[in-house]
Structures are given as structure tokens and as C-alpha cells.
Design a binder for this molecule. Sequence first.
Ligand code: PEP
Length: 245
Amino acid sequence: MNKIIIGNWKMNPASQKEALELFDAIKAGVKDAKAEVVICPPFIYVSSLKFPAPRGARLAQFHGRQYSRLKLGAQNVFWENKGAFTGEISPAMLKSSNVKYVIVGHSERRKYFGETNEDVAKKLQAVLEVGMTPILCVGENEGENREEVLREQLAGVSGFRLQASGLIVAYEPVWAIGTGKNCRPEDVKKAMETIKNLVGDVRVLYGGSVKADNAQEYLEVVDGLLVGGASLNAEEFIKIVEKGS
Ligand code: PEP
């Protein structure tokens, strides 16, 4: 199966203009990529990024919105599909905006917005119900036991029919996110084995200070990468995508 490279822009860039420039540069650079590429912009930019139609698709059907190997993702979602939930965005809204993938349970959501494993399980179920693919983030803080944390974070979701749903799990040790500290590929491999033992043969990604010069060593052990900081630099991100192609 082809590798999947996901760019998580977090709360960046600062304006529509910069978001469009960044996206256009990435789009041009990954045009011939074999890897699947997913861009997860902030919600406010989701509808302005134009994804051209896949080769052979009829434009009228496709509204000119999607490359076959370049897809749109979201960084978060709420678990209800409508109602009085000020400030939230629903799975149905994302689906109708051409979003295919949704990051669920990112460590920054858990840390700054108090998301619990129960919240994460509800979001995961809601994303699956509307037919999008969740990217479930798991990983230990510095000093925590990796196996124990993965077991706790995955306990609430092990009852779902995950394999069939195409679930993606991103192993992201929190201490490696945005810090420049790298998890050893052999430890990533162990985490991947633990994840597969717990939830089945799902696709597993690695995330945590991935750059063009270390992407290859991770791609040898996992199915793809979740890239934060380096996805804001088109040149760097395109080089990472090339390693996965
Ligand atoms: C992330 O946001 O999921 C991430 C892995 O960030 P970074 O690549 O900046 O460490």
C-alpha cells in the first residue's frame, strides 16, 4: 500500500493569502507523488483551498475540488451533527466540505482543551458514521510508560470495527512533537506493534519532529507520517512527500 503523508498546519498560517500561497506551492510540488498527501488546514481555510479533479474524473461531477492523491483533512471535529454547540464544527459539515480525513485526539487538543479518551471515542465514532477516515493520535508524555499509555488511550475504541473502517492511528510521543527530539525508529516500530495488537491491522503513522532528513528512517517502519511544523514549509514538505513516493 502507498505511504500516506499528512500535513497538520495547526493554527497557521496567519492569513487566507498565506494559506493559499502555501497550498498552491504544495499542490504543484506533489502533483506526481505516488504517496497519498493530506493537508489539514485550520477550519476557516477549508473551503478556500481548491483541489483539482482526479485524472479522468468528469469536472461537472467533481466541481474541480480534488486531486486523486491530494486530499483535504481537518484537525478536529465535534461529535454531534447539528444543534446548539456554539463554536463547534460537525462531521456532516466537514463531509459536505469535501473533507476526507479528520485528526482526532491530537495531544494539543488533549492538553489545552481537556479532551478525554471518552471524548475522543465519541468523535471517532461520529467521523466513522458519516464515512470519513479518522486519524487517531496516541502517544505518551515524557517519562510515561509507552505501553501503558497506548493501552489506556486505545481501550475505549477497541470495540469499534476499526480495521474495516480504514482507521489510521498516528503514534506521536508528546515529547517529540515540535521539540526537535526524535523518537528512535526501533521504538516507533515497537509502538506500532503494540497498536496493532490492541486494535488490529490498522495503518500506523509516526509523528514528532519529522523533517526531510529523518523522514526516510521512519518510513521504513510505518505506513506514513503526520507532519506538523515542517508542513508549513512547502519545499521541506514536498521533500518529505518524495521520500514516501
Ligand atoms: C503534529 O502536530 O502532529 C506534529 C507531529 O508536529 P511536529 O511535526 O511539529 O512535531
